[in-house]
Design a protein around this ligand. Structure first.
Ligand code: HEM
Length: 480
């Protein structure tokens, strides 16, 4: 495998972003091992009052890197009174997400006022019986046969997006991808006509993310209790999103139409007593799917174009495959098995820039993980950002090398060394949908345009609910 220009990352000892340059392995040799279960655990010292919350809030990714670099694969930390263990061994992660999934629920982070305001009791945040029932209801919309029918919509909206691009323009690719994916998700799942309000929805999302990140900064969170410009903007953004979603529900209830989509399925669902879902329950599910579906996939595509702008060899291989398989025509669902390099590009992007960078769980009862007792109420963090860049599992971990996914040794990878879609019962419901959307959109755009960056252009990751590009991703369109 050749080593090409690596993806920006930051290692080193300080928390400062060190974008570009060679990837400095933050996980080396004996430091990063699973200490015997009998030995006492060591973790970063924090302040007596807030524990490690301030350090985490200032630079979440840098803090996590420092934890595993300095203390290994099982690191105790504390946020205020909350005890948390950072798990970095794929076997422990698998244990928590799959084998012992019943012993855990999502953490307090999913139940904060901000998260409740965004997702309510939708699939991402709900638990127990309610979650089981809602997951069963939503599942058919994500079956293979069903998502195959979404392919045309995806390609159609992608073509519409690039139809107005002109050669030589600089565009914020993240913004473009958000606009495209929100249209895809609303059309495929809710059969909604494209509305100008969607732009407002997108405009709201960065405010929502901004508000979310301040949760970790306890002092700002305290100020957040007082009316502030940010909380006002957040409330306005959420009101706009609500208006849009309640509008969809009202329209469908009024027409009584069975569009055969997820919205109709949810509207027809009945509780045991024969009653249907309330408008509020529907709002929570639709908002959840819309936010989860547009944001994550848009990020995967945006980071892909960023990485491709720095890796011309990969672009050449991608173009070669697109020419051979498609020869200039629009891609379709049947082409997916042949677009293997295109898929590897997306997989490799999600390795270096996982849209979901951390998963958190809280123990419902005392249990044993990696030979250590986790007490009821204690939390666990498992980070894709850390695992996906771990040189013990990925050679040249900081380099963008899509072709690595072809190699025999990658088939031996422990399952939870790479888990962009999570795992176990709460695995991403939209994973196949997202992969299909990303591959088809990448193939469609790359046949028409190459997106290039000025020399030395770098974008820092901003770990909000998902991994945002700070300041967007500004690339220049070059017609092919
Ligand atoms: C590249 C794209 C995507 C990535 C990386 C991604 C990642 C994830 C991850 C890691 C989880 C698990 C979180 C946890 O266990 O705490 C998750 C859950 C979820 N995702 Fe995705 N996702 C993507 C696309 C989508 C799409 C397209 C949809 C829907 C249209 C979607 C809907 C959901 C929902 C509803 C859940 C919660 C599932 C449950 O708890 O039952 N995601 N996603």
């Amino acid at each position: 495998m050749s080593t090409r220009q690596c993806a920006p990352t930051y290692g080193g000892t300080s928390y400062a972003r060190v974008d570009h340059g060679n990837f400095q392995s933050h996980v080396t040799g004996t430091l990063n091992t699973h200490a015997p279960a009998s030995s006492p655990l060591a973790g970063p010292k924090g302040s007596w009052l807030t524990g490690n919350l301030t350090d985490f809030g200032q630079d979440p990714l840098g803090f996590l890197e420092k934890c595993v670099r300095d203390y290994g694969d099982f690191v105790p930390v504390r946020f205020l009174h909350q005890k948390i263990y950072l798990l970095n061994d794929p076997a422990d992660i698998e244990d928590v997400l799959t084998t012992q999934a019943r012993n855990f629920r999502k953490t307090l982070g999913y139940r904060t006022p901000v998260m409740r305001r965004i997702f309510g009791a939708g699939l991402v945040t709900s638990e127990g019986e309610h979650w089981v029932r809602q997951r069963r209801l939503a599942q058919p919309a994500f079956h293979r046969d069903r998502i195959a029918t979404y392919a045309k919509t995806i390609v159609g909206f992608t073509e519409e997006m690039i139809a107005i691009w002109k050669d030589g323009e600089t565009r914020d690719i993240h913004h473009e991808m958000m606009q495209m994916t929100v249209r895809v998700v609303t059309k495929t799942l809710f059969n909604s006509a494209v509305s100008p309000e969607l732009n407002e929805v997108i405009a709201s999302s960065s405010v929502v993310m901004e508000r979310f990140t301040t949760q970790w900064k306890w002092y700002r969170a305290l100020f957040g209790l007082l009316p502030s410009v940010m909380s006002w903007r957040f409330s306005r953004g959420m009101r706009r999103l609500d208006n849009f979603i309640y509008g969809l529900i009202r329209e469908r209830r009024a027409s009584g139409e069975d569009a055969g989509d997820l919205l109709s399925m949810l509207l027809q669902a009945r509780h045991e007593d024969g009653s249907g879902m309330s408008d509020e329950q529907l709002r929570d599910e639709l908002t959840t799917l819309m936010v989860a579906g547009m944001d994550t996939t848009a990020l995967a595509l945006s980071w892909t174009f960023y990485l491709l702008s720095q890796n011309p060899d990969s672009v050449a291989l991608l173009h070669e495959e697109l020419k051979r398989v498609l020869g200039g025509r629009a891609p379709g669902f049947a082409d997916l098995p042949q677009l293997s390099y295109t898929e590897m590009v997306i997989k490799e992007t999600m390795r270096l820039y996982p849209s979901v960078w951390i998963i958190a769980r809280e123990a419902l009862q005392d249990c044993d993980v990696g030979g250590r007792t986790i007490k009821a109420g204690e939390s666990l963090f498992m980070s894709q950002w850390l695992k996906h860049r771990d040189p013990r599992y990925f050679k040249n971990a900081g380099s963008f090398l899509p072709e690595r996914w072809r190699e025999e040794e990658m088939k031996q990878l422990p399952k939870y060394a790479y888990f962009p879609f999570g795992g176990g019962p709460r695995v991403c419901i939209g994973n196949s949908f997202a992969m299909m959307e990303a591959v088809l959109a990448l193939a469609t755009i790359s046949q028409r345009y190459r997106l290039i960056a000025p020399p030395g252009y770098q974008v820092a990751p901003w770990p909000a609910i998902t991994l945002y590009p700070k300041g967007g991703i500004l690339l220049k369109t070059v017609s092919r």
